[in-house]
Design a protein around this ligand. Structure first.
Ligand code: MLC
Ligand code: AMP
Length: 493
């Protein structure tokens, strides 16, 4: 076991690594718990040899120890998401052919029926933590697969993005340098831990640095402000929707409380926004409140972070700065020729932080890369004088809401099964708070309301929850659907 993350953690010993549910845990305690989990997972074997271990554990010390334990035993970590519709979780379990499902407290009832349906053994995390002593663990080659994160694409089924230890290390160290992480840092994680934003940018960067990461099990504006007010945070990173909600909370406070909150926020050394476009209005209001010009950056599950505004230097509103060190980036037209300066094009990326493959999907992997190895992001951008500006997705079938990527096709597939829905087109429509809201244009044989469709999604796909919430439904005449493009449908809302 010679991975950089663990070697460094050993050196940090008694420093505080994580704070979870009011308890602090040192690096030594984290390593100890992880080694015990790894030993228990191995159960006498020498190496898990990239067996996939799926787990659903709330953001907490237990989550990190589970992830590290899987890695230490030579397994591939597959973090699940409780917000995904049950069929999607089932799909992930089957697709990864997970050898085991670990369930954290509170998820047994949700996971047990799935585990038996998929014929995957399920074990509570508590069993692993009860292991008495740690055993011998395998030495890991950094080129080995480490993690699979599922992401929606332009197909209705999500794809498993595979990263190796080396890729993860590259994604971490790039940010450590770019944003000057150090061991005195203290960050609050409010993000879900099945996406790169929470896993890499927040939790792993903190642990690589010898810093402290405190978990909130889920976002709560009052608790975030409380943490900011306490003065213990040096860093904060979130999706634009979260800044929107923090602004709303601040506005609700009395004048003297606002002043206290603002003063406390101004003491942080860095505040970052990403995962979706940061509205300039949010950036401007946050500047007034906290005196921070939010550092906006651009990333993707497949590439980690690609573009970032400078840590030091001018941050241009509505822009995402320059490629991070080690990231090669170009803008191309539909013939995959580089566009002239000032012209918009698709972002393509190359470099050591780019993912290895889509899990068991050679076709999708091949299609995602050009012949000379550039990854096609599907995002459009333009170079404006000194910085890149993201213009949106090239496909209308991908919606970003609250920082979550959603496949419009996945929702359409369900809606078309509704008894009175003859046809439908699902699109994302711009919204300052959520980035985009899900809207459905339908052709129906009878009246059908937004609530009815929302309810139908929930019944048809138990566990079909936010953020796939349909916010608007519009009826289209029968002769129109199919003749208008989705872009036109989108404009019509
Ligand atoms: C929630 N609601 C929505 C919604 N999500 N309504 C419309 N659209 C949505 N997307 C509604 C709920 O139904 C509920 O309504 C109310 O809002 C509160 O719901 P909630 O679940 O309590 O919301 P909240 O906790 O405030 O969640 C918002 C959030 C969450 C922003 C904290 O969406 C989140 O954690 N997003 C982060 C996702 C993320 O980490 N993405 C990174 C991907 S990685 P009612 O009526 O019941 O009150 C990536 C790469 C990169 O993108 O570059 O980083
Ligand atoms: P995901 O696939 O969930 O990792 O989401 C990645 C996508 O989020 C990217 O392909 C972009 O479309 C979007 N994204 C991330 N950061 C930004 C940003 N700063 N501005 C606009 N879009 C962004």
């Amino acid at each position: 076991m010679h991975l950089g993350l663990f070697e460094r953690a050993r050196g940090f010993g008694d420093r505080m690594a994580l704070v979870s549910e009011g308890t602090s845990y040192s690096y030594a305690a984290l390593l100890d718990a992880s080694e015990k989990i790894a030993t228990s997972l191995l159960n006498g074997r020498e190496d898990l040899k990239e067996a996939r271990i799926a787990f659903l554990v709330a953001p907490s010390f237990a989550y990190t120890a589970t992830q590290w334990g899987i890695w230490m035993a030579g397994g591939v970590a597959v973090p699940l998401c409780e917000l995904h519709p049950i069929p999607s979780v089932e799909y992930v379990l089957n697709d990864t052919q997970a050898e085991l499902l670990i369930t954290g407290p509170g998820y047994e009832d949700f996971l047990s029926p799935l585990a038996s349906k998929c014929k995957i053994p399920i074990r509570p995390l508590s069993e692993f933590l009860n292991t008495e002593t740690a055993g011998v663990l395998p030495t890991l080659d950094p080129e080995r697969r480490a993690m699979i994160l599922y992401t929606s694409g332009t197909t209705s089924k999500p794809k498993g993005v595979v990263s190796t230890h080396k890729i993860i290390e590259c994604q971490i160290t790039t940010l450590i340098r770019a944003w000057a992480w150090e061991k005195e840092d203290y960050i609050l994680n409010v993000l879900p831990l099945h996406h790169v934003h929470g896993i890499i940018n927040v939790m792993s960067c903190a642990l690589w640095s010898g810093a402290c990461c405190e978990f909130l099990p889920e976002f709560d504006a009052a608790r975030v402000w409380e943490a900011i007010k306490s003065g213990r945070l040096t860093l904060f990173m979130a999706v634009p929707t979260i800044y929107f909600k923090l602004i709303a909370f601040w506005k609700d406070q009395a004048k003297n409380e606002r002043e206290l909150l603002s003063k406390a926020a101004s003491q942080l050394r860095l505040m970052v926004s990403g995962s979706a476009a940061l509205p300039v209005s949010v950036l401007e209001q946050w500047k007034v409140i906290s005196d921070h010009v939010l550092l906006e950056r651009y990333g993707m599950t497949e590439i980690g972070m690609g573009l970032s505004n400078p840590y030091q230097g001018e941050r241009k509103p509505g822009h995402v700065g320059l490629p991070l060190p080690g990231v090669q980036l170009r803008l191309v037209d539909e013939n995959e020729e580089e566009v002239a300066v000032g012209r918009q094009g698709e972002i393509q990326v190359k470099g050591p932080c780019v993912f290895r493959e889509y899990w068991r999907n050679e076709k999708a992997t091949q299609e995602a890369f050009t012949e000379d190895g550039w990854f096609r992001t599907g995002d459009m951008a333009v170079w404006n004088e000194d910085s890149y500006q993201i213009l949106g997705r090239s496909s209308v079938d991908i919606i970003k809401s609250g920082g979550y990527k959603i496949s419009a096709l996945e929702i359409e597939e369900v809606l078309r099964k509704h008894p009175v829905v003859l046809d439908c087109a699902v699109v994302g429509i711009p919204n300052e708070e959520w980035g985009e809201l899900v809207a459905a244009a339908i052709v129906s044989e009878g009246d059908v309301s937004t609530e009815e469709l929302q309810g139908y999604l929930k019944t048809f796909l138990p566990g079909y929850k936010i953020p796939r919430k349909i916010s608007f439904v519009k009826e289209l005449p029968r002769n129109v659907m199919g003749k208008v493009s989705k872009a036109e449908v989108k404009k019509s809302f």
